[in-house]
Design a protein around this ligand. Structure first.
Ligand SMILES: [Zn+2]
Length: 404
């Protein structure tokens, strides 16, 4: 018998090929989903090798095998697309970007971090969050006559399946569980917790999943409500503040990567031309929002990564079709270097949802849809990063509403 190996161990492996820095960053980020026994994968500066930081040496062989399969998929990601810039804003504030904004929020008592990608907030953080939501909502109402909506935070797994979510982001889904409708299971659970120090969760065989998930993309709950409907030439536009949940595992951190966050969403439904035209009208409005908060920002072709096996084709499809634009706002990373953060996206779905949910355009054909989501907490982080904590550096138009 071999001597049992325990503890952590680092294993260096060759990547299937040298990758772009962008792909290397994706490999590092998504590596938290490779195995519970793997802390993380890092990539060498020359992007030719990777180091597997294994938590539990006992599982080395299994992890090396899994990591090879993961790396071969990730290394196939297509990059080097022609990235187009559709719109841009340059800030007027010439002060430096503020470092350590997340930490400063906590120090000032404006943010409470629960530690698992959830936060509570108040004061100027809440004021900026409300302002971003309110200004965007008003713009959408004025320019698109958008219906003001409200949708639930839970979503049926069948709807997510129909929306293709499990295909593209299986790692970010969250299932809601209940204690089995069984007297003994309920009694076990009650008794176990009646005098315990911390919560004692029911054993997995006593947890019942009835197919509810936490909603991971703001617009999904809108589509079942449109099922079977036909829209005339005027199309249909609805906007709301949605609560969104994306499981981030150990990547959750600060206001930039939350498990639970808020999104100002707008959905366009109608003919292909109607949706294409709304997208063109909407991009300057989003740029206007950045101007109101005096933020550097760009709207560009998106090439955001999808997890694992579908990543290569999806990424290619997105860029080739110009179906997704990202709203990119520069912030600082932990070392104080500038990086861009996606603060939202402009998505053209084609007839995908129209076909899936039997929604019809005035032409009698399946309706096209498009959506724009603005990640509220990321806008807040971006605004404080670009203007800091001195009110005088904030644009006059919002200064009193934020600090007053
Ligand atoms: Zn959407």
């Amino acid at each position: 018998m071999n001597q049992m190996m325990t503890g952590t161990v680092d294993v260096t492996v060759d990547l299937p090929k040298q990758v772009d820095p962008e792909v290397a960053a994706d490999i590092v980020k998504e590596s938290v989903f490779v195995s519970p026994h793997l802390e993380r994968i890092t990539v060498s500066d020359d992007c030719k090798t990777a180091v597997l930081h294994i938590r539990d040496a006992e599982h080395t062989d299994e992890i090396v095998d899994k990591a090879h399969r993961y790396l071969s998929v990730m290394a196939k990601q297509r990059t080097g697309f022609d990235i187009k810039t559709y719109s841009e804003n340059e800030r007027e504030d010439d002060g430096p970007y503020q470092n350590g904004v997340n930490e400063e929020f906590i120090k000032r008592g404006w943010v409470y971090d629960y530690g698992k990608g959830q936060i509570a907030y108040n004061g100027p953080v809440l004021k900026v969050a409300r302002l971003v939501n309110e200004i965007a909502g008003k713009l959408y109402e004025e320019h698109f006559d958008a219906v003001d909506g409200q949708f639930p935070g839970f979503i049926d797994a069948d709807v997510l399946h129909k929306c293709g979510y499990f295909d593209s982001h299986p790692n970010q889904a969250t299932f809601v569980g209940n204690v089995l409708e069984d007297f003994d299971a309920l009694e076990d659970f009650r008794v176990a917790n009646s005098c315990s120090e911390g919560a004692i969760l029911p054993p997995s065989e006593h947890i019942h999943h009835d197919g509810m998930c936490l909603n991971p993309a703001a617009c999904f709950p809108a589509y079942p409500t449109l099922e079977g409907k036909t829209f005339d030439d005027a199309g249909f536009v609805v906007s709301w503040l949605g609560r969104v949940f994306r499981y981030e595992s150990r990547n959750a951190s600060g206001l930039d990567r939350l498990y639970e966050f808020n999104v100002r969403e707008i959905v366009f439904v109608g003919s292909d031309e109607f949706v294409a035209q709304k997208r063109l009208q909407a991009i300057p409005l989003v740029t206007g929002l950045a101007k109101t908060f005096d933020l550097d920002m760009k709207v560009e072709t998106a090439t955001d990564p999808f997890f694992a096996t579908v990543s290569a084709s999806k990424k290619f499809f997105q860029a080739a079709q110009e179906v997704k634009n990202e709203i990119l706002i520069p912030v600082l990373d932990k070392d104080g270097h500038k990086k861009t953060m996606a603060c939202g996206s402009v998505n053209m779905h084609g007839r995908f949802f129209g076909e899936k949910f039997n929604i019809t355009a005035s032409t009698g054909e399946p309706a096209s849809t498009g959506c724009i989501g603005l990640g509220i907490e990321r806008w807040v982080l971006a605004a404080f990063t670009q203007h800091g904590f001195d009110p005088m550096r904030w644009p006059e138009a919002v200064r009193d509403r934020v600090f007053g």
